[in-house]
Design a protein around this ligand. Sequence first.
Ligand SMILES: Nc1ncnc2c1ncn2[C@@H]1O[C@H](COP(=O)(O)OP(=O)(O)O)[C@@H](O)[C@H]1O
Ligand SMILES: [Mg+2]
Length: 317
Amino acid sequence: METSPQRRPSRGRPAPSAAGASGAGQDESATRKTTPPRKPAGGDGPPPGTPEEPTDRYQIQVRGLNKTFGPQHVLRGVDLDIERGKINIVIGGSGQGKSVLMKHLMGLLKPDSGQILVDGEDIVPMNDLELGKLRRKFGMVFQYAALFDSQNVVENIAFPLIERYHLSREEIMTRVRDLLKRLDLAGVGGIEQKFPAELSGGQRKRVGLARALIDRPKILLYDEPTTGLDPVATNNVDEMILQASRDFGVTSVVISHDMASTFRIADKISMLYDGKILITGTPAELMRSSHAPLREFIDMAGLRRDEDKGAGPEARK
Ligand SMILES: Nc1ncnc2c1ncn2[C@@H]1O[C@H](COP(=O)(O)OP(=O)(O)O)[C@@H](O)[C@H]1O
Ligand SMILES: [Mg+2]
């Protein structure tokens, strides 16, 4: 487990090469491979003295990210490692800057300072053309699915393809149908021609996921996907996130303030607090932590530290 706020200067290690990792090499503009300053070694990272970090472990590395809006200093030196192929969840109270942080990850906002390495490449200095290419690595799943009401399911899902490529209608239909099948939507009678208003809430979410997946992204971003949902719908969204992670091999970044859901599906949880990542760890590690703001957050959600499940005495100090 790693805790903030101390940051370490770079030790001048060679740049971690993402070559060979999935998604790397797809953009020829990858000319700015950069080494982020190394984070303090914690229980989650390699032990001290380990000569090299695995080169392809992290899909995204954020270092020293600062963002102000006028007088408001929202992000105050965020350090965050997003693990490739895992479900990475960022938690934090309302207004802490979670959405602002997520928008930075795909270059929708420019920071005042700091680095955002995606597959080892700093996206902060990128121009619009480079950012356009970068964003093809990302799929975004919106809170309310954000489908176009006047377009049917096929048109909604195909939208990113039509916008980006010149594909034939047959190619598009093949890809859409394949995805509908993989997302268990193919059995919904006549779904291809249905409009969003004719779908159930759960189906709308899945169609939203299909749209996010249609261009085969490496990274899926979800901003508060379960906010305002009842427990059954929340569970369905959790299943959907797990399925996308498992069956499509994407790296998932989920923003959430739903603790039950977070602890159920996360591989790794990071808490944004006061403009920084206060603490990062596995669900079990965070459950044992005694950081006050984290405990407050967890306890408010009605989750309890499970003293009997592997939490050693030293973890409960
Ligand atoms: N484009 C913007 N211009 C000015 N202030 C913004 C902008 N986007 C976000 N903020 C402010 O930044 C803070 C964090 O917002 P946000 O990231 O949306 O919080 P949350 O953690 O709830 O997602 C809020 O106080 C919000 O008002
Ligand atoms: Mg938000």
